[in-house]
Design a binder for this molecule. Structure first.
Ligand code: ATP
Ligand code: MG
Ligand code: MG
Ligand code: MG
Length: 561
């Protein structure tokens, strides 16, 4: 390909709202263009990258035995009513009416559509398992579309759905998909981590997320330094029994058969306030945050409510509200209202304030009311994990890191097949709902994720599997005949050797401009044809290291290969 023929509208302008490098460079490099909130067009270079990722995803899905299909981007709302998700999906599900006043949605995911496709077409266990997937546009009316391709409203996802006659077979496919996804992200050249996850709105039992590690990631994940155990923050919170001292405390409030606060208080012969605090802790430990809501909701006058409201997070960390704000953190009171809020305890806070007590997670639940009385409590790392809770972990040190969710696989079970009455006949001729799994890869998000993980202050640094071109031949001065001639020759030779190459043959662009584009666009190598040509040399520039090597003209191809 020739620069002069390719539409690559690079610019020095950074969009106002672009805070992430991927957002800035993908716009500045003319890879994508924004047309509306969370809506992006792919220009030629962006489209090449997107197709490369799509191809790898497709190859690995086909290799794993899945069948590619294509669902309509628009699905009738009636399907969503059948599954019950018309009521539960909220505003992310974009609904609209056609001219006949019929209701439709723009597909944000396709469990309903796939069940509809398979229902009544597969009727026997003999035809199972089956795995159907597509790589297609999704629309989610995200509350805060941002970070460019990272959180679009319209985006490209690979979504796959498997059908099984029993749970064991689902687990087999789930494991196969985990292995397949690992191959995909490895082929893409990404540093990633597989983590245990909660299933969210999609539903089902087991689920795992695939995170591309990058400081700009929106998600916090917990990883072990000695094995490949990882969990997203929600799953980690649910699983980890956090802190030794809390376990010790909790043992004091074992309250068999007590169903109300009053019963617990009487049983322990303590005040209701003390009881509430202890029960909250216990509930947190067990991951039953709903219980807390139940105790506290709407009852301002109750002793229980007062107990919760009296827990002042600021007092606990012995810092003023201003100091907290200065550290970029939001402070809040404990209580049921901020169970999911706002109180972040991270290294920054840890370093800024000597005394930080409590659970070490991002959406910090400051329910450790008795900590004020515990002297010398400093900071508790997420280390004390109750036996059996994280078996897959070796017991190494767990720490937090940031990740970009690039894929998510779920064991759905019969949630959708049951709701939509999609059955097969088992070995005994008995009708049963299909057991299902579903598997997503954020194809367009990956374009941004590659850059989040691979960039410098000059621009993109594509991985070899994702780069639009491997080599950029830069003819320093295209008006010089000899330089242009050598450029053309190398271009042909590299193409013959199946190297993806672009020739910067722009007559009116100066060398500095061409070089700037090379750095911004992030192709792995440039071959610069300039002054050294008089001595028979050209320069190979490595984009990642920016290292320059003089190479004889007739050795360029061998060097690149
Ligand atoms: P997130 O937590 O980032 O909102 P999600 O958990 O809602 O993502 P899933 O339903 O698991 O997303 O969808 C599968 C994959 O689709 C995600 O792992 C992610 O890579 C991608 N994806 C989800 N939402 C978006 C979006 N708004 N823009 C781009 N990609 C997305
Ligand atoms: Mg989401
Ligand atoms: Mg998610
Ligand atoms: Mg997800």
């Amino acid at each position: 390909m020739r620069f002069s023929k390719l539409f690559i509208p690079t610019t020095k302008e950074t969009p106002n709202d672009a805070t992430l490098p991927s957002h800035q460079y993908l716009i500045r490099g003319g890879f994508v263009a924004q047309t509306g909130a969370g809506i992006y067009d792919f220009m030629p270079l962006g489209k090449i990258v997107l197709e490369k990722i799509r191809k790898i995803v497709k190859e690995e899905m086909d290799e794993a035995g899945a069948n590619e299909v294509q669902f309509g981007f628009v699905t009738p709302l009636s399907l969503w009513q059948e599954s019950g998700r018309a009521n539960t999906m909220g505003n992310e599900l974009l609904r609209f009416k056609d001219r006949k006043n019929s209701d439709f949605v723009l597909s944000p995911t396709n469990e309903e559509a796939v069940v509809n496709m398979v229902k009544n077409r597969i009727t026997s266990y003999k035809d199972l398992p089956l795995h159907l997937y597509q790589i297609n546009t999704k629309f989610r009316d995200e509350a805060r579309p941002r970070f460019g391709l990272m959180r679009g409203r319209e985006f490209l996802m690979k979504d796959g759905y498997s059908f099984h006659s029993n749970e064991d077979d689902l687990v087999r496919e789930f494991n196969l998909m985990e292995a397949t996804y690992k191959k995909i992200y490895t082929r893409l050249g990404l540093d990633f981590r597989v983590v245990e996850a909660d299933s969210g709105a999609i539903g089902g039992s087991g689920s795992k997320e695939f995170h591309v590690l990058a400081n700009s990631g929106e998600d916090t994940i917990v990883v072990c330094d000695s094995c490949d155990y990882g969990a997203n923050i929600e799953a980690a919170r649910r699983k980890a029994k956090t802190y030794n001292f809390e376990l010790a405390e909790l043992k004091k409030v074992e309250t068999p058969n007590c169903k109300t606060i009053e019963e617990v208080a009487n049983f322990l012969n303590v005040s209701k306030e003390q009881t509430v605090k202890a029960v909250i802790k216990k509930a947190i430990f067990e991951g039953k945050t709903e219980i807390i809501v139940f105790f506290v909701r709407g009852s301002d006058e109750l002793e229980e409510t007062k107990a919760v409201n009296s827990i002042n997070a600021l007092e606990l960390i012995d810092a003023s509200e201003d100091e907290i704000k200065e550290a970029g953190l939001v402070a809040g009171y404990c209580g049921f209202l901020n169970l999911n809020a706002n109180f972040v305890v991270d290294n920054e806070l840890k370093n800024n304030f000597g005394l930080v007590c409590g659970a070490n997670d991002e959406n910090h639940h400051f329910i450790n009311t008795d900590l004020r009385s515990l002297e010398n409590v400093k900071y508790f790392d997420l280390v004390a994990v109750q036996e059996g809770d994280i078996c897959s972990c070796c017991g190494g040190k767990l720490s937090y890191t940031k990740g970009i969710e690039a894929g998510h696989i779920f064991q759905l079970g019969d949630k959708y097949s049951k709701a939509m009455n999609a059955n097969f006949l088992d070995e005994n001729g008995k009708a049963k709902p299909f057991i299902m799994g579903c598997y997503g890869v954020g194809v367009s998000r990956l374009v941004a994720a590659v850059i989040e993980q691979n960039h410098d202050e000059k621009g993109c640094i594509w991985t070899k599997a994702t780069t639009p071109f491997m080599v950029d031949i830069i003819v320093s001065n295209s008006k010089k005949e000899e330089e242009s001639k050598i450029g053309e020759e190398l271009y042909v030779k590299l193409k013959e050797s199946k190297v993806e190459v672009i020739l910067d043959d722009r007559i009116n662009a100066r060398f500095g401009f061409k070089m700037g584009d090379f750095e911004l666009l992030g192709f792995p190598y440039a071959v610069v044809i300039g002054k050294k040509l008089e001595d028979g040399f050209v320069e190979i520039v490595n984009r990642k290291t920016l290292e320059k090597t003089d190479v004889k003209v007739d050795e360029v191809v061998a060097k690149i290969l």
